[in-house]
Ligand binder design. Structure first.
Ligand code: MTE
Length: 316
């Protein structure tokens, strides 16, 4: 059994949101006076945050925090897996605001604090399967994207949700200079029913702490049944739209990266098989153990109905 059935909630596990924000402020102050400047980069901004445990968590062992925060894809900071941890210290995740617009009754530009005010944070331990063939198990802290979308009251004509990452070359070295690996902003999209699915979350933390910059601070998407590139980081805009929005990787190589990008061991990437994966932390090189990749990354029971009647080979 990969999905736990019973929520295991103790009231002591829940940090009131005002306390969470105060902790962040105290920490931001500490950075200001140089106290945490002496801490290693990866822990410099992390503030502890407890969250309600979720029935949607897998009971698999989480990947080591050091691996999940040092082996990243975040091209705004470079294309090497080590670049985000080394270079994302220049990103300023506070203050932060997100524009929510398009086909909604109540468009708004919300600060992160506005977004989080009515939210009860949850810990969701999810598998993350990257299209490149590796996977991790991450204890995210976040809340259902559906809760935020409902607040802006989508119109009946809204069929898709489009997401955009920050463009700030002065803080993002990958957006400067002659070689820029992607067109900016990084953009992603979901069908509205995928976005409203209870497994789809916006994460603000991981491993019991606020999100490190390299993992997409202060707010990133997590869609556990899709390849990792759908999990767009450092989001500044969410738009409800009528037609399928452009997505960065599909725009770059349409035959390799589809709009849906559901994890599917039966549909190979044109250049490699997707049948198995290497779980980060389970050996490397010749000694790497490979495990079978599961349909919809193991979340089929919850999400397969979203695609009934669709040809998943054509809609990759
Ligand atoms: N979001 C932005 N803005 N830029 C990126 O380069 N990379 C994606 C996704 N989100 C990316 C992004 C890819 S390819 C993956 S696998 C995941 O982030 C990696 O998330 P992680 O570093 O937290 O494991």
């Amino acid at each position: 059994m990969l999905i736990r059935n019973r929520p295991d909630i103790a009231s002591s596990d829940i940090t009131p949101h005002s306390v969470y924000l105060r902790r962040r402020d105290i920490l931001a102050g500490a950075v200001g006076i140089g106290v945490s400047a002496m801490l290693p980069l990866r822990t410099a901004r992390a503030a502890p945050v407890a969250a309600q445990k979720s029935a949607f968590s897998t009971d698999e062992t989480p990947t080591r925090r050091e691996d999940a925060t040092s082996y990243n894809n975040f091209y705004e900071f470079g294309t090497d897996k080590a670049d985000p941890a080394a270079k994302a210290g220049s990103l300023k995740p506070s203050p932060w605001s997100v524009k929510i617009d398009g086909l909604v009754r109540k468009p708004a530009t919300m600060t992160l604090e506005d977004i989080l005010k009515p939210v009860m944070l949850e810990e969701r331990i999810y598998r993350l399967r990257c299209v490149e063939g590796w996977s991790m198990v991450i204890p995210w802290i976040g809340f259902p994207l559906a809760d935020l979308i409902k607040r802006v009251e989508p119109l009946g004509s809204a069929k898709y949700v489009a997401f955009e990452t920050l463009v700030r070359p002065e803080e993002m070295p990958g957006q400067r200079g002659l070689f820029q690996p992607l067109p900016w902003p990084y953009v992603e999209g979901l069908r509205l029913d995928e976005a409203m699915h209870p497994l789809t979350i916006l994460a603000t933390g991981m491993y019991g702490e606020t999100l490190p910059n390299q993992n997409g601070a202060p707010l990133r998407l997590v869609v556990p049944w899709k390849y990792g590139f759908k999990s767009i980081k450092s989001i500044v805009r969410i738009s409800l739209v009528e037609t399928q929005p452009p997505t960065t990787w599909k725009a770059l190589a349409d035959d390799e990266y589809g709009f849906y990008s559901n994890v599917n061991p039966e549909v190979d990437h044109p250049r490699w098989s997707q049948a198995t994966e290497r779980r980060i932390g389970e050996g490397s090189g010749l000694f790497a153990k490979r495990r079978p990749t599961l349909m919809f990354n193991g979340y089929g029971e919850q999400v397969a109905h979203l695609y009934s009647g669709m040809d998943l080979r054509a809609n990759y």
